[in-house]
Design a protein around this ligand. Sequence first.
Ligand SMILES: *Cc1c(COP(=O)(O)O)cnc(C)c1O
Length: 464
Amino acid sequence: MKYISTRGEAAVLDFEGVTLTGLARDGGLYVPEAFPVFSDDEIRAMAGQPYADIAFTVIKPFVEGSVDDASLKTMLSATYGSDVFRRSAVAPLVQLGANEWVLELFHGPTLAFKDFALQLLGRFFDHFTAKRQQKLTILGATSGDTGSAAIEACRGRENVTIYMLHPKGRVSEVQRRQMTTVIEPNVINVAVNGTFDDCQALVKACFNDLAFRDEVNLTAVNSINWARVMAQIVYYFSSATALGAPDRAVSYSVPTGNFGDIYAGYIARLMGLPIDKLVIATNSNDILARTLQTGRYERGDVHATISPSMDIQVSSNFERMMFDLAGRDTDTVRSHMGDFAETGSIALGDSEISRARDIFLAQQVDDATTKQVMATLAESDGYMADPHTAVGLKAAELLDGKTPRVTLSTAHPVKFGAAVQAATGITPNLPLHLADLYDRDEAYQVLENDMTALQALVRTGASV
Ligand SMILES: *Cc1c(COP(=O)(O)O)cnc(C)c1O
């Protein structure tokens, strides 16, 4: 499989290349040159298979030429095995109503869906750095869950040093502790005085400094890394086939921040999975909901909410979506992104916005409603949803209910225990493997929102 940049000016790379590169050198994002399409029979055959086997079928075409089948199988069985995920179903569906399901994606080591992609990405890093005899510097920004999942995926890996930026005081205590209690020489936690968007901008700036990038051999674990999106396509196939695809269509409601998870659903649809609608579920940081309503992708102020992993006003993966909406025209994407850099706003063309509306619906859900959803569900069903999942469940009500609707449950309720407690009166318990989290030592550095300081820090580690 070959990968091209959404801005059309970076080298064409294979899967190994894009995994180790992250952001394209022209500032764009890598996407496959073409998407593989499965026949109905191929999709039908996935029903009831173990998760790792479905993953093999879905992922194989994307890594063709870079990873041999045997290595891929080994990595997938390790990633989606019982040492990593605490449920043998890996991504279990829980039924909440006649035609309503929750897809629980939080049974991995750090209790959020990001483990699905990052546990695999860590193994790809090992595989490729061992082959190349190369060391990698990983630089990431996190609104909470990417950080812990990436750190857990990279800890102790021989050829990898990871620097993880989080906005100081803006992640939950469980999220922070899951990152800062990993005391390993190859893990450096950085608390930035700023917002998540500031952290993400710092990371982007480091990637755009090509000399620095080469000097420390920088790569990304944010969802700008294609391998992450790829891994997330799999659970759309596992869940839809369990509910009767390809013979029955399914719709999804997806709690959305950086547009990575829902973009994976869009790709599953392109690959032949009968997904009827995809609902973009946002909190009051609603850039994507506004885009669908108005046709304008326009930056707003970031508000702190009880679903902090979605407190994002610039959705980096939206560029991949825009590339497709613009008929894969790189000139249009470059011009849109130029407008955005200059004015903080993009006016989508009529055909772009109508294509988006064919597939996506969007709903903004405020904190008060989110709490209500959590409380009602705890009381009526005894089901504990985390605030992100609750946003998704509320937004799912946009769908007519004739087609099975699945809300992605992106985090375990204990990860946002304070918000869940406040809404439901019930304190969720930490799973056994994290029971002593509050007793563990923490280590992190505090940094101003300043690229020079960040680069100096990364250089000290990268020279070891
Ligand atoms: C990261 C995250 C999201 C948003 O996912 P995107 O791929 O950025 O849209 C939603 N919920 C939780 C719990 C997350 O960690």
